[in-house]
Design a protein around this ligand. Structure first.
Ligand code: AKG
Ligand code: FE2
Length: 200
């Protein structure tokens, strides 16, 4: 495991060994069953190429009227609890007493991407966002605190964990593309990214 620091983003390469990655996928199965993936509509009216769901008290949600945290899945059912092996990573890397209230699960299938954005729907930016990559490689792009300017990119591989805290907390970031089927963790291919967030 090596720590790479890019513009304040702490990138823990190879943080999770293969057995731990497989255990995480197992722990996520019941989450996906209770709260199936959906494709959010964005305020402009388009649909995200990433499919998503959440675990925790709050889930991230978007429709034509905007982005927000919601207390229920679009089905109307509450979000399932954040699995313990996921919380364990938060505790290990942040050392914080406070626990995340949202685990957003993004699934990137072939061709999916996520445009540059800031994570700013949370109330307190002094808490970091912890991002866990599983499955196919994803090209993560890091920008600045404001839109535009030079960016830097780094490939995130299965088992990498990024801590976005401090100066990085409000910096633009996104995923340009994935290398579909570069990993065998997910039988059908694709990339799962989990982001752990303190919301309120
Ligand atoms: O997929 C990733 O690595 C980043 C996801 C992300 O930035 C987000 O969900 O806000
Ligand atoms: Fe983000």
């Amino acid at each position: 495991m090596t720590l790479l620091r890019v513009r304040g983003f702490d990138i823990h390469k190879g943080c999770l060994e293969p057995a731990r990655q497989a255990a995480l996928i197992e722990a996520l199965r019941p989450v996906l069953k209770a709260a199936p993936l959906f494709s959010p509509v964005v305020p402009g009216g388009g649909q995200m190429s990433v499919r998503m769901t959440s675990a925790g008290k709050f889930g991230w949600y978007s429709d034509a009227s905007g982005y927000r945290y919601a207390e229920a899945h679009p089905s109307g059912r509450p979000w399932p609890a954040i699995p313990d092996p996921v919380l364990e990573i938060w505790r290990q890397l942040t050392g914080l007493e406070r626990e995340p209230e949202c685990c957003l699960l993004n699934y990137y299938g072939e061709g999916a991407r996520m445009g540059l954005h800031q994570d700013k729907d949370e109330a307190d930016f002094s808490y970091p966002v912890v991002s866990i990559s599983l499955g196919d490689d994803g090209l993560f792009r890091i920008g600045n605190r404001t839109r535009g300017g030079k960016t830097e990119s780094v490939w995130l591989n299965s088992g990498d964990v990024v801590v976005m805290g401090g100066e990085a907390r409000l910096m633009y970031h996104g995923v340009d593309r994935i290398r579909f089927k570069s990993s065998r963790l997910l039988p059908k291919g694709g990339r799962i990214n989990l982001t752990l967030r303190v919301v309120t």
